[in-house]
Design a protein around this ligand. Structure first.
Ligand SMILES: [Zn+2]
Length: 155
């Protein structure tokens, strides 16, 4: 298995090779190139979200719990000081939830099923918001490159 940096490098390399191979068929704009590169980056490290000690897992854990807390504070239909408490409660709940779930080492996020689902969601989102299929496909390329490097090809 590769580490964080290797997965990113391998993902970008895979994308570059694909771009080269399909050069004649794809004509992408600067926005597509930029969002595509970002999507490959995210996709190449996404599966390691299920590695407890991985950088990605910890980053997602902090990001998700902090966002959930802030969101609660912003939208909860309560008085200011209650919203403050609600925000902190949600933050702690999400954080401990993440710490508690027993995730199988190289479990679901290291399957082709996950790759297909994430790519489909990625394509829907990118078509909806950016009017292009490229970032969604790029996400799939990133995830696939990760599975390739980990040598995981189960469904
Ligand atoms: Zn992995």
């Amino acid at each position: 298995m590769g580490d964080f940096k290797e997965h990113i490098l391998f993902g970008l390399l895979t994308a570059a090779v694909l771009m080269y191979l399909f050069e004649e068929f794809i004509d992408i704009t600067a926005l597509e190139a930029l969002s595509g590169a970002l999507a490959v980056f995210i996709g190449s490290i996404m599966p390691d979200i299920d590695h407890k000690r991985s950088y990605v897992h910890r980053a997602v854990k902090s990001f998700t719990s902090i966002s959930a807390g802030i969101l609660t504070f912003l939208v909860a239909p309560l008085e200011t000081h209650q919203r403050y408490i609600a925000g902190i409660t949600v933050f702690l709940m999400v954080y401990s939830f993440f710490s508690r779930i027993k995730m199988k080492h190289r479990g679901f996020t290291h399957t082709l099923t996950f790759c297909i689902i994430a790519t489909s969601v990625g394509i829907i989102l990118s078509v909806t918001f950016l009017y292009t299929v490229i970032p969604g496909l790029a996400l799939g390329v990133g995830i696939l490159s990760h599975l390739l490097m980990d040598r995981e090809f189960k469904f």
